[in-house]
Ligand binder design. Structure first.
Ligand code: SF4
Ligand code: SF4
Length: 331
């Protein structure tokens, strides 16, 4: 696999032979004008239960043949495999205080971003049972951009994919620490952490709780870390208060930026928003992205090159956009 991001990409024939007959964009609901819940397609277990399971297995087997990748999950600390029992005595406090306390705990236990929102059952995959817990606490962990910027990875050049795996482990630890703290207060909780997708799509929850705006590359742009972070989450019945969504001009910035489009080797990123399951939004072409993603151990070029992801850039950009808006509004 060439490191040259502009070399035209030809997928490995071995991988192409494993593709299902149905387009991933059809499964994802590209062009559908009516709302529906998402359908599991890729990065779920067991692989034979999902349409793109065979090329998922192909990707995983190539990933696992690299010792550095194997070790990061085998030796990496993802926190306890099982959560503690829920305490019998339930501690009482106000929703506002619980929110502040949960955020403080998460911030002191590896989370760089914490947000709270009501858990919308529409974020749950259509063949999964929505959790009974009414709240979701979304956590974000920052990636080391100097390592992410080395994307794409190969068997020999592992920095970017290794960093992603390390941060998924950190996200898992942050989520299980918070889930156990909630259980110690006498409330139910369950943790969700990547790289596997689980039963809930975390991105809409993260958007709802103020992590940022969806970028043209299909990932969230946050006003502190750009797109250089990973998500994990905890669902719970701890009484909480929802945060608000955050809008600071990233969506508008994307309409005038082409950086990720020009950097994506298989040209998977579109310059126009598209209708996807009844919502008009930025959408990455699944069929074009996934073969390259698979052959580069998870790609990551688009989030690495996004101007917002450069360390220290996102807060300055957001402030500049908001100052300009204020001037236009006042004058
Ligand atoms: S992750 Fe997908 S969309 Fe992003 S640059 Fe790589 S191939 Fe393109
Ligand atoms: S690179 Fe530019 S267009 Fe792509 S997500 Fe980032 S800001 Fe938006």
């Amino acid at each position: 696999m060439s490191k040259n991001r502009t070399t035209p990409f030809q997928p490995d024939p071995e991988q192409l032979a494993l593709l299902p007959d149905i387009s991933g964009n059809t499964i994802n609901g590209q062009g559908e004008t009516r709302f529906r819940r998402p359908t599991r397609i890729y990065w779920h277990n067991p692989p034979d239960a999902i349409p793109y399971g065979r090329i998922q297995q192909w990707m995983v087997s190539r990933f696992n043949r690299v010792q550095a990748f194997r070790e990061v999950y085998a030796k990496g600390d993802r926190g306890p495999r099982e959560l503690d029992p829920v305490a019998e005595v339930q501690v009482q406090d106000s929703p506002a205080n619980w929110s502040a306390r949960a955020k403080a705990f998460a911030s002191q236990h590896e989370a760089d971003l914490v947000g709270i929102t009501k858990l919308d059952p529409n974020w749950v995959y259509d063949d999964c049972e929505p959790p009974t817990e009414p709240w979701i606490i979304v956590l974000g962990v920052e990636m080391d951009h100097s390592r992410l910027a080395q994307a794409p990875s190969s068997d020999e050049d592992t920095a970017s994919a290794h960093e992603v795996s390390v941060q998924y482990n950190r996200g898992a630890r942050a989520a299980s620490s918070l889930a156990n703290w909630i259980r110690a207060q006498g409330y139910h909780s369950a943790s969700h952490a990547g790289p596997w997708a689980g039963s809930i799509t975390a991105t809409p929850a993260a958007l709802a709780c103020g992590f940022g705006e969806l970028g043209k590359h299909g990932n969230i742009i946050n006003r502190q870390y750009g797109s250089s972070f990973r998500l994990s989450a905890v669902v719970t019945d701890l009484p909480l208060v929802a945060d608000e969504a955050s809008e600071f001009g990233a969506d508008d910035f994307c309409t005038r930026c082409q950086v990720c489009i020009n950097a994506c080797p298989p040209s998977a990123i579109s310059d126009n928003k598209q209708m996807v399951r009844g919502v008009k939004k930025w959408y990455v072409d699944f069929d074009k992205c996934i073969p390259y993603f698979n052959e580069t151990h998870g790609c990551g070029i688009c989030i690495a090159v996004c101007p917002w992801s450069r360390p220290g850039t996102a807060p300055r950009l957001a402030d500049k956009i908001l100052r300009r808006r204020k001037r236009l509004y006042v004058s």
